[in-house]
Design a binder for this molecule. Structure first.
Ligand code: ASP
Length: 343
């Protein structure tokens, strides 16, 4: 029996064409993508598609889109061997990260892809990205299990774990980087899978559990020289935020000034969740290394280890949506739930 893949088209450059009126890129109908990539018809894979209406530039992605994506995958889970999500690159790392936490007990591939150049343009990267994504979504091992039962991003011949990615270039074809986790697969003449790294479900016959309650009361503070107590307090202590991601320097360091630590202590005393994520693209938070990091720990800040901001946001949305108890959320934040942090 041949494999089957559902392509879910949300929008983004991959399916855009130039509006002759004003020269800007606007989304077009998915049927035109199939016409542009006739190679898709040559696969020994049944390919169906689902098109969002309206199609969106991924800068407009909201949590409601993630909920719709998770529900489509849940509703069509038994029908397909894998799923390919066509998505704009701008927020793809956020969407792939959050979906990885929303889809628990995943036994099938959910592969995000897109492109830097529209698919109708001669030098497009969209065709190769799409073809590789479909092949990976359909791939099975000798036992008939999915080769990649994970949420991943397939881009420029690399398959990267979704919750480890950051958009790294607005221009190069290798738009994504995964600095703290090697590729899950690389596409050359053959697709080479890094089988030791790819996560496997505990049970292959596990039921997919879809978490669609997201609590978005999260703020992000990028620590920077010249930051004032007023600005910091408005981001960290706002009564409407339940958690704040602190983007700190290097291995998790920040100001040692008393006002800075006082605001952190004030937020902790109010029960807020504070998560330390490094501004560096590569490497990890280690709050035991420098006194400036240690004082954050004493003020109640948790270590995000080597999590990306994108993954930290999705993890918080999902955990907070699951439970009103902040102590439980804090305990879960320190665990590696689906490959988002190094142990
Ligand atoms: N602005 C576009 C989007 O993210 C860029 C892209 O698709 O790469 O939807």
């Amino acid at each position: 029996m041949s494999a089957s893949v559902l392509i879910i088209y949300t929008g983004g450059t991959i399916g855009m064409k130039e509006d002759p009126m004003d020269g800007t890129l606007k989304p077009f109908d998915f049927s035109q993508i199939k016409a542009e990539v006739p190679e898709l018809n040559k696969f020994a894979v049944r390919i169906d598609s689902y098109t969002f209406d309206p199609l969106i530039d991924s800068s407009d992605v909201e949590p409601s889109l993630w909920i719709s994506l998770a529900e489509i995958i849940r509703d069509r889970y038994e029908e397909y061997d894998g799923f390919v999500i066509l998505h704009g690159t701008d927020t793809m790392a956020y969407s792939a990260s959050t979906l990885s936490f929303m889809l628990e007990g995943l036994t099938k591939p959910v592969i995000f892809t897109g492109s830097q150049l529209p698919i109708g343009v001669p030098r497009t990267d969209g065709k190769e990205n799409l073809i590789s994504a479909v092949e990976i979504a359909a791939a099975k091992d000798e036992k008939g299990h999915a080769r990649v039962p994970e949420v991943a991003i397939c881009f420029d011949s690399q398959l990267l774990r979704g919750n480890r990615c950051v958009k790294y270039s607005a221009e190069a074809f290798n738009a994504f980087a995964s600095p703290n986790c090697p590729p899950l697969a690389e596409a050359g003449i053959n697709i080479r899978y890094n089988t030791d790294l790819i996560r496997k479900p505990v049970y292959w016959d596990a039921q997919l559990r879809v978490q669609t309650r997201l609590d978005t009361r999260v703020s992000i503070l990028k620590v920077h020289p010249g930051m004032t107590p007023q600005v910091m307090r408005s981001v960290v202590c706002d009564p409407l935020t339940r958690a704040c991601i602190l983007e700190t320097y290097g291995s998790g360091n920040a100001l040692s000034r008393e006002w800075f630590l006082d605001i952190l202590r004030e937020a902790t005393a109010k029960g807020k969740i504070l998560l330390n994520v490094t501004q560096c693209k590569s490497g990890t938070v280690n709050m035991d290394l420098y006194a400036t990091g240690a004082s954050l720990k004493h003020a109640g800040v948790l270590s995000g280890v080597d999590i990306t901001t994108e993954a930290a946001l999705g993890k918080l949305f999902c955990l907070m949506g699951r439970n009103d108890n902040n102590d439980w959320v804090k305990t879960m934040l320190e665990k590696d739930l689906c490959g988002e942090i190094s142990k």
